[in-house]
Design a protein around this ligand. Structure first.
Ligand SMILES: O=C(O)CCC(=O)C(=O)O
Ligand SMILES: [Fe+2]
Length: 322
């Protein structure tokens, strides 16, 4: 595809190309020639520093030292590139990636015939509720679970409390041809009875129940990561309501928030749903672009549940309005 770019856009697009392949930095063209002589540039590793084969190669010590020095420099260069590309990830660059088609969204907002809840729609797709006021949720119910991560984002990990199969997996239910409903408790559920009781107290059909464990981030990173959730893949509108998500924040940090936008590039449409400890909120997370913000310094934990829009959920929401 040939792109007509303004001179202002060109540097950003050049930088953007470094961020292709799921945001992972790629080796810039100017370094590619060197890559063939040193695989270290494409995949830095500590392998060389403890290579048992160094002596066995028979290379003179000086040559080995020179090679190690060069590889160390290349590792530094790689780390520098990674830091640079990480720091370039902001919403403006994301917009350039979007407009130029370099990065295509995997999901888009869509109209469907599913039942959607009028109260949620009337409030723009989100409803902050009152705080959970049930029994104390002990720390071990979220700290001692088995967590796993998506390969694309290792700063956030999730403990599946339900999954489509009952296995400890994050795989979407659509991978099994099923809507994000009727989740099966995993072995984590046995370790968090208060959390399980809260989910059951909602009284609506639920799919994914996941505990999120998140390292502190910046607002720039949060806005870079704004996304839509894939809640309604394989969800037949003749059979089920539109799946939305419910948040229950577990840790207490005044800065923790869910940042939502109607239009992912419109700051004017941005709302920060504050998430202090025990805050509950319902979000149509396939309609609103969203991302977690958490200044820290502690780790943040939050429970996120996929629930079916319908009379049962509406009754619960009405009972939880502030
Ligand atoms: O609460 C958050 O940090 C957002 C998590 C999120 O967007 C998700 O799990 O899809
Ligand atoms: Fe999400």
């Amino acid at each position: 595809m040939s792109l007509r770019l303004s001179p202002e856009q060109r540097p950003a697009v050049a930088a953007a190309r470094l961020l292709e392949r799921d945001g992972q930095p790629t080796v810039p063209a100017t370094l590619k020639g060197r890559r063939s002589t040193s695989p270290m540039l494409s995949r830095p590793s500590t392998r060389l520093w403890c290579s048992p084969g160094t002596r066995a190669t028979g290379l003179p010590v000086a040559a080995t030292a020179a090679r190690m020095h060069r590889q160390s420099e290349e590792n530094d260069l790689w780390r520098g590139m990674s830091t640079l590309t990480e720091s370039l990830k902001n919403e403006h660059l994301k917009r350039v990636l979007h407009v130029t088609g370099i990065r295509r969204p995997s999901l888009v907002q869509r109209q469907t015939p599913h039942y959607r809840m009028p109260k949620l729609q009337a409030n723009g797709g989100y409803l902050p509720l009152k705080k959970y006021d049930g029994p104390e949720i002990p720390r071990h119910e979220y700290e001692d679970l088995s967590y796993t991560t998506y390969s694309t984002d290792d700063s956030t990990t999730f403990a599946p409390i339900t999954s489509c199969t009952g296995e400890l997996e994050l795989k979407g239910f659509e991978a099994y041809g099923k809507p994000d409903l009727d989740g099966v408790w995993t072995e984590n559920a046995k370790k968090c009875p208060t959390v399980v009781s809260w989910v059951e107290s909602i009284g609506a059909r639920f799919g994914r129940v996941q505990l999120l464990k998140m390292k502190p981030n910046t607002m720039r990173e949060c806005r870079w990561g704004l996304h839509l959730d894939n809640n309604n893949a394989a969800n037949n509108p003749d059979e089920n309501g539109w799946v939305v998500r419910i948040w229950l924040e577990l840790t207490d940090d005044d800065s923790s928030a869910l940042v939502v936008r109607r239009d992912q590039f419109s700051k004017a449409s941005e709302v920060k749903i504050s998430l202090p400890r025990y805050q509950q909120a319902v979000v149509d997370s396939e309609f609103l672009y969203h991302g977690g913000y958490h200044h820290g310094p502690s780790i943040r934990y939050a429970l996120i549940v996929s629930c079916e829009s319908g009379p049962a959920l509406e009754t619960w929401i009405d009972s939880q309005l502030p």
